[in-house]
Design a protein around this ligand. Sequence first.
Ligand code: ZN
Length: 72
Amino acid sequence: MSRYFMCPDCGHRMKKIDSENYYCPFCDPFGSEDEERLPLSEAALIWGSSGEDEDYTFGYSEEELRNELYGG
Ligand SMILES: [Zn+2]
């Protein structure tokens, strides 16, 4: 009975929301449940105030963060 569904778009296994609803974490923009991604503006502030620590990039590239922080 534990059947899962494959995403028709990318072929990845879809995640279950409830008994009838599934989503694809690779295609669905609302699919990030583990890591809620910070907005770039906030991530850049934290990254900047951490001394540009690479542990605080929050999934953004340094270039993105730098552009956000210093304008670009
Ligand atoms: Zn997909």
